[in-house]
Design a protein. Structure first.
Length: 131
Protein backbone atom coordinates (compact mmCIF):
# COMPACT_ATOMS: atom_id res chain seq x y z
CA UNK A 1 0.00 0.00 0.00
CA UNK A 2 1.45 3.35 -0.98
CA UNK A 3 1.44 6.31 1.36
CA UNK A 4 -1.20 8.02 -0.82
CA UNK A 5 -3.72 5.20 -0.35
CA UNK A 6 -6.09 5.55 2.61
CA UNK A 7 -5.76 3.01 5.43
CA UNK A 8 -9.51 2.63 5.50
CA UNK A 9 -12.43 3.32 3.19
CA UNK A 10 -15.98 3.95 4.36
CA UNK A 11 -18.79 1.80 2.96
CA UNK A 12 -22.29 3.25 2.83
CA UNK A 13 -25.43 1.14 3.15
CA UNK A 14 -27.18 0.77 -0.20
CA UNK A 15 -30.80 1.98 -0.56
CA UNK A 16 -32.01 -1.59 0.12
CA UNK A 17 -30.58 -1.58 3.67
CA UNK A 18 -30.88 0.80 6.61
CA UNK A 19 -28.12 3.30 7.18
CA UNK A 20 -26.46 3.84 10.55
CA UNK A 21 -28.73 4.81 13.41
CA UNK A 22 -25.94 6.82 15.05
CA UNK A 23 -22.44 8.21 14.57
CA UNK A 24 -20.80 5.15 12.97
CA UNK A 25 -20.19 3.66 9.52
CA UNK A 26 -22.14 0.79 7.97
CA UNK A 27 -18.82 -0.69 6.94
CA UNK A 28 -15.11 0.02 6.68
CA UNK A 29 -12.65 -1.64 4.30
CA UNK A 30 -9.11 -1.88 5.67
CA UNK A 31 -6.20 -4.25 5.15
CA UNK A 32 -8.07 -6.71 2.94
CA UNK A 33 -11.03 -6.96 5.28
CA UNK A 34 -14.50 -5.44 5.33
CA UNK A 35 -15.73 -4.70 8.85
CA UNK A 36 -19.54 -4.63 8.93
CA UNK A 37 -21.54 -2.84 11.62
CA UNK A 38 -24.33 -4.76 13.27
CA UNK A 39 -27.54 -5.13 11.31
CA UNK A 40 -31.00 -6.08 12.50
CA UNK A 41 -34.46 -6.59 11.02
CA UNK A 42 -34.82 -2.95 10.12
CA UNK A 43 -36.38 -1.58 6.92
CA UNK A 44 -34.42 0.95 4.82
CA UNK A 45 -36.51 3.76 6.36
CA UNK A 46 -35.36 2.75 9.87
CA UNK A 47 -38.58 0.99 10.89
CA UNK A 48 -38.05 -2.14 13.01
CA UNK A 49 -39.68 -5.15 11.33
CA UNK A 50 -41.21 -7.63 13.77
CA UNK A 51 -41.85 -11.29 13.10
CA UNK A 52 -40.57 -14.71 14.08
CA UNK A 53 -36.89 -15.15 14.88
CA UNK A 54 -36.52 -16.86 11.49
CA UNK A 55 -38.07 -13.88 9.68
CA UNK A 56 -35.98 -11.41 11.66
CA UNK A 57 -32.83 -13.45 10.97
CA UNK A 58 -33.51 -13.53 7.21
CA UNK A 59 -33.96 -9.76 7.08
CA UNK A 60 -30.97 -9.13 9.33
CA UNK A 61 -28.69 -11.25 7.14
CA UNK A 62 -30.13 -9.71 3.95
CA UNK A 63 -29.25 -6.25 5.33
CA UNK A 64 -25.77 -7.44 6.28
CA UNK A 65 -25.27 -9.00 2.83
CA UNK A 66 -26.41 -5.77 1.13
CA UNK A 67 -23.77 -3.75 2.98
CA UNK A 68 -21.16 -6.48 2.32
CA UNK A 69 -21.97 -6.27 -1.40
CA UNK A 70 -21.66 -2.46 -1.30
CA UNK A 71 -18.16 -2.94 0.10
CA UNK A 72 -17.15 -5.48 -2.54
CA UNK A 73 -17.74 -8.57 -0.41
CA UNK A 74 -20.19 -11.33 0.36
CA UNK A 75 -21.15 -13.19 3.52
CA UNK A 76 -19.72 -16.36 1.92
CA UNK A 77 -16.30 -14.78 2.56
CA UNK A 78 -17.02 -13.88 6.20
CA UNK A 79 -14.22 -14.86 8.56
CA UNK A 80 -15.80 -13.71 11.86
CA UNK A 81 -19.42 -13.20 12.87
CA UNK A 82 -20.88 -11.99 16.14
CA UNK A 83 -24.53 -12.72 16.87
CA UNK A 84 -26.57 -10.97 19.55
CA UNK A 85 -29.79 -12.70 20.61
CA UNK A 86 -32.38 -11.18 22.93
CA UNK A 87 -33.43 -14.72 23.91
CA UNK A 88 -30.76 -17.44 23.86
CA UNK A 89 -33.66 -19.89 23.54
CA UNK A 90 -33.90 -18.72 19.90
CA UNK A 91 -30.46 -20.20 19.13
CA UNK A 92 -31.72 -23.33 17.29
CA UNK A 93 -34.29 -21.44 15.20
CA UNK A 94 -31.70 -18.75 14.40
CA UNK A 95 -29.21 -21.43 13.28
CA UNK A 96 -31.66 -22.98 10.78
CA UNK A 97 -31.63 -19.69 8.83
CA UNK A 98 -28.03 -18.67 9.56
CA UNK A 99 -26.45 -21.80 8.09
CA UNK A 100 -28.05 -21.09 4.69
CA UNK A 101 -26.19 -17.77 4.29
CA UNK A 102 -22.61 -18.96 4.47
CA UNK A 103 -20.54 -21.19 2.21
CA UNK A 104 -19.12 -24.58 3.02
CA UNK A 105 -16.41 -23.06 5.21
CA UNK A 106 -18.34 -21.38 8.02
CA UNK A 107 -16.84 -18.30 9.69
CA UNK A 108 -15.81 -18.37 13.32
CA UNK A 109 -18.68 -17.11 15.45
CA UNK A 110 -19.57 -15.78 18.86
CA UNK A 111 -23.16 -15.73 20.16
CA UNK A 112 -24.09 -13.34 22.96
CA UNK A 113 -27.38 -13.18 24.85
CA UNK A 114 -28.21 -9.55 25.55
CA UNK A 115 -30.88 -6.90 25.71
CA UNK A 116 -31.60 -5.40 22.30
CA UNK A 117 -33.47 -2.22 21.44
CA UNK A 118 -36.80 -3.45 20.04
CA UNK A 119 -35.61 -6.42 17.99
CA UNK A 120 -34.53 -9.99 18.72
CA UNK A 121 -31.34 -10.48 16.70
CA UNK A 122 -28.38 -8.39 15.56
CA UNK A 123 -25.40 -9.63 13.56
CA UNK A 124 -22.07 -8.03 12.65
CA UNK A 125 -19.25 -9.54 10.60
CA UNK A 126 -15.72 -9.28 9.25
CA UNK A 127 -15.44 -10.28 5.57
CA UNK A 128 -12.29 -10.97 3.55
CA UNK A 129 -12.21 -8.82 0.41
CA UNK A 130 -9.80 -8.53 -2.51
CA UNK A 131 -7.36 -5.67 -2.19
Amino acid sequence: MSAAEPLRTQVHAPPSAPGPAGPYSSGIVSGGFLFLAGQAAVAPDGTIVRGTIEEQTRMTLANLEAVANAGGGTLRDAVKVTVYLADIGDWAAFNTVYEQWFGEVKPVRTVVACSLNGFDVEVDAIVAVAR
